[in-house]
Design a protein around this ligand. Structure first.
Ligand code: C2E
Ligand code: CA
Ligand code: CA
Length: 847
């Protein structure tokens, strides 16, 4: 007995069965072996049977003059009279079945299964399209090839048992057996042996026996034994597999108690299958009907959805002719259905998109079947509005494009809130001006533009003077109103392409793109100062604000956005230092030019003779003890009309014209004389710092001049420090070293002024005999806010000390700055926190 247990246990779903039933159907041409066993009509029956047995096929085709005139099958073999020996020699023509049933090669296996049942025929000749015989198909082929494994696995063999078991004792004759088969219409009988075993005789055996022409033997000797059996619970799948593996067509089925239930053949499996096939087909059809019902309901639902959708929906045919629109479409566009059906969507076009836009849209539609994007369309009223549009191409079952569906929603509000958010992110809420972020963006763009077109660009750093005082005394409301007015004026004073941004507080930046010359930008800066100086009336207050502007020029000052900003900032502080309500260029040489128009040059020439110059003094203190240890002499020009002119406004011009040489000598002499006087008054240890300009320093006899000044005033050169700037040292290194050496040998102290704004290379400075380093006030200013600046300051102090230099911090304005500097070990401090530069008489009070 064959064990029924070892089977794959995956159970298919009902759906999978239907699938296999409906979709895995193959045509006969695909399964028939392209081999047809043929014989002539005169072939003896035994010969035909021999060939069939040999080829293990169940039929032979009888062909005459290339026409199939009949077929002789295993079933027909039963008709042979085994009792008469000459019946084996009869020509097959006399016993064959005729005519031959044919089926076309493209017939489906499922259809054939039905035919087998209806016509009670077990062999069909398969004919291809050209009428050629391409094979014989039997029930076995159907069972073997139906894609219904799932079904077979699910059912056990006892479900197809037909209860027509025929059993013969082993002693029965062949003739008795053939008679039994014929009368009971079975294709096999079981032979039971006296010892309890079973054998089987089938139609195929009969063919074999016919071939051997055996006559009067008993079935016991002829039967195949033992009978292959399976348990009644074995699945049909297993049974089919066993049958094909053993090249058998029958198998015995035994009950659990071991008795024989029946024998089962391929045709039994097939007939069971047909039934289930029909059932499943009906089920499938029923489900299809239901699906259709559902889809009709869905269609109705879809119509409702389209009807009530808030999104506008427009359906066009393949030629873009509008076929339907929904109520939302009418609401959004203003067009009723009657007005648009039959027209094309072009009537909605706003004209805002170019051909390339639509070309790209169509390309994507064709490529992907859909498109989504923002489109500007025009309502019937003419109003143009933004919509979010989705277009889908719709094709029929064959893939032919039939319609387009366009869904859109009005995104005016979305756009507006987007715009609001964008505005918040990029614009200053108070003044509506671009903020720092947008400025950086615009500056980058403007710089790229200037670079491409070889143009110049000016960056103006605009800072209101004493704004804080207004804010503090009159309140924020007033301050805000003032800022709004100032912002408005600034915006109105520049070209549309230029950017004015608010950087926070009372700081603004203007980017003037495409300027002809730096003078052009200066002209604008001057105009800005004038415009902003006009009184502003807020809440009954008349407010007058003055402005300090620092300017840097691309590409002269830098090509880098961040550096341009920093330089303009530095220039702005210089403008503040020089008395506010003025502007400064970052590059000093240009400041000179800026004053040319004032014809200051002549005035400057006469200033010395007219004794219009004065010296102010600012104290340098010991950072630890806070004692005044030195004074820095700072030049002032008391102009009869302009008042006190700060040095930054005229020193560059003096440099350019060469006047600085005589002016500088006057400063040096006066400072030494003042020092001598204070020393005589008892401040013997006091020192004096004097600023030296580049041109002065580069006089070949400068050392001699300096020495003479000190000597004539009667002061020791060791108590005078000359302040030089970095750039001066870079110009001509050899000559510089020689000059410094000479000054040093005379006893003068040398300080490096404004350290950090130039090359800032400490290692480079090692080559020069320096005594002091003055850290520029731009670094001190931000110590508390900028970690970076704080780090620069402390590193500079450390390095300077390691080079044996004393460090002066300039521009100390607060106690916190002083505190930090003390902690970092800074030697000396100077700044408004202690005192602004003051006339000599006032300075004495500080001593
Ligand atoms: P400097 O040598 O860096 O001079 C220090 C400047 O910083 C002075 O400006 C001073 O008023 C200012 N200052 C001092 N403490 C503070 C502070 O706490 N905060 C701020 N914001 N500023 C402070 P001043 O007097 O307008 O001088 C400007 C520049 O003009 C000087 O910068 C120096 O380069 C030049 N200068 C002044 N006098 C002479 C001179 O006699 N000869 C030459 N060649 N140049 C001079
Ligand atoms: Ca100085
Ligand atoms: Ca300085």
């Amino acid at each position: 007995m064959v064990d029924s247990g070892a089977e794959p246990s995956t159970l298919p779903t009902g759906e999978a069965i239907i699938d296999s039933l409906l979709t895995s159907d193959v045509s006969l041409g695909q399964i028939v072996k392209s081999f047809v066993l043929e014989c002539s009509p005169d072939t003896p029956v035994c010969e035909a049977a021999r060939r069939m047995s040999e080829m293990r096929v169940s039929s032979i085709l009888v062909v005459e003059a290339d026409v199939a005139i009949g077929i002789w099958t295993e079933r027909d073999a039963l008709a042979v009279d085994f009792t008469k020996p000459d019946s084996f020699l009869r020509p097959v023509r006399e016993v064959m079945s005729s005519p031959v049933r044919t089926v076309p090669a493209d017939m489906k296996l499922q259809a054939l299964a039905g035919r087998f049942r209806e016509e009670q025929v077990r062999h069909y000749l398969v004919i291809d399209a050209d009428g050629r015989r391409c094979g014989v198909v039997s029930q076995t082929d159907v069972v073997l090839n139906q894609g219904i494994e799932h079904y077979l696995r699910l059912r056990s063999v006892d479900s197809v048992v037909r209860g027509r078991l025929q059993v013969l004792p082993e002693t029965a004759t062949l003739a008795q057996m053939a008679a039994l088969m014929r009368t009971s219409v079975v294709d096999a009988v079981v032979v039971s042996y006296a010892d309890g075993a079973w054998g089987i005789l089938t139609e195929r055996d009969v063919v074999r026996l016919v071939a051997r022409q055996c006559g009067n033997e008993t079935v016991g000797t002829l039967a195949s034994r033992p009978l292959l059996t399976v348990d009644q619970n074995t699945s049909l799948y297993r049974v089919r597999t066993l049958l094909t593996e053993n090249k058998l067509r029958h198998i015995g089925v035994v009950r659990d108690d071991g008795t024989l239930l029946d024998i089962v053949s391929f045709s039994d499996i097939l007939s069971g299958m047909e039934l289930v096939y029909v059932q499943e087909l009906q089920l499938a059809l029923r489900e299809r009907d239901e699906a259709l019902n559902i889809s009709q309901r869905n269609l109705h639902l879809a119509e409702k959805v389209i009807e009530s959708s808030l999104e506008g929906i427009m359906i066009t045919d393949a030629n873009s002719t509008i076929v339907s629109v929904n109520p939302a479409f009418t609401r959004l566009t203003g067009y009723s259905a009657e007005e648009v059906v039959g027209k094309t969507p072009a009537l909605l076009s706003s004209g805002r998109h170019d051909k390339a836009f639509y070309d790209e849209m169509w390309r994507q539609l064709h490529e992907n079947g859909h498109w989504q994007g923002e489109v500007w369309n025009r309502r019937k009223s003419g109003e143009i509005y933004p919509e979010l549009l989705t277009i889908a191409a719709i094709s029929d079952r064959d893939g032919k494009l039939t319609h387009y569906a366009a869904l859109f929603s009005d995104i005016t509000e979305l756009k507006e809130s987007e715009e609001r958010i964008r505005h918040l992110a990029y614009y200053d809420a108070l003044t509506g001006l671009p903020n720092r972020r947008l400025l950086e963006d615009r500056l980058r763009v403007a710089l790229a533009h200037a670079h491409r077109n070889h143009r110049q660009l000016a960056l103006l750093f605009i800072d209101l003077d004493r704004f804080k005082r207004i804010n503090d005394s009159l309140g924020h409301e007033v301050g805000d109103q003032l800022l709004i007015t100032i912002a408005q004026r600034l915006r109105d004073s520049v070209r549309e392409d230029d950017t004015v941004a608010r950087m926070g507080g009372d700081e603004f930046i203007a980017v003037l793109s495409d300027i002809e010359t730096p003078e052009h930008a200066m002209h604008i800066a001057r105009r800005l100062i004038d415009i902003l100086r006009q009184p502003v009336y807020v809440d009954g207050h008349e407010l007058v604000v003055t402005t300090s502007i620092g300017m840097s020029i691309y590409p002269d000052d830098s090509e880098d956005a961040a550096l341009l900003l920093k330089n303009a900032d530095i220039a702005m502080y210089r403008a503040k230092d020089s008395g506010r309500n003025s502007f400064q260029l970052y590059a000093p040489a240009m400041n000179a030019r800026s004053l040319e128009h004032l014809a200051l040059e002549n005035a400057l020439h006469r200033a010395l003779e007219r004794e219009e110059f004065e010296l102010y003094f600012q104290p340098l203190l010991d950072a630890g003890s806070a004692r005044v240890i030195a004074a820095e002499a700072l030049l002032r020009w008391r102009h009869p009309d302009l008042g006190l002119v700060p040095p930054a406004d005229f020193i560059p011009l003096a440099e350019e014209t060469g006047l600085i040489i005589s002016i500088g000598e006057w400063v040096l002499r006066s400072a030494c004389e003042q020092l001598a006087q204070w020393q005589r008054q008892g401040h013997g240890a006091l020192r004096m710092s004097v600023n030296i300009s580049a041109r002065q320093f580069h006089q070949h006899d400068f050392a001699a001049i300096a020495g003479r000044c000190a000597q004539q005033a009667g002061v020791n050169a060791q108590q005078v420090t000359l302040e030089l700037t970095e750039s001066m040292l870079m110009d001509d290194a050899l000559e510089t070293i020689r000059m410094l050496g000479q000054l040093h040998s005379q006893g003068f102290g040398i300080a490096m002024d404004d350290f950090g704004t130039g090359y800032s290379s400490l290692s480079y400075l090692k080559r020069f005999p320096l005594d002091e380093l003055k850290i520029d006030r731009v670094f001190i200013r931000d110590i508390e806010r900028s970690q970076e600046d704080a780090a620069i300051v402390s590193a500079t102090i450390g390095l300077a000390h390691s080079l044996g230099l004393r460090v002066v911090a300039e521009g100390v304005e607060t106690a916190a700055q002083l505190n930090y500097l003390q902690r970092q070990g800074c030697d000396f401090v100077q700044g408004f926190h202690f005192s602004a530069p003051v006339p000599a008489a006032e300075f004495e009070k500080l001593l």
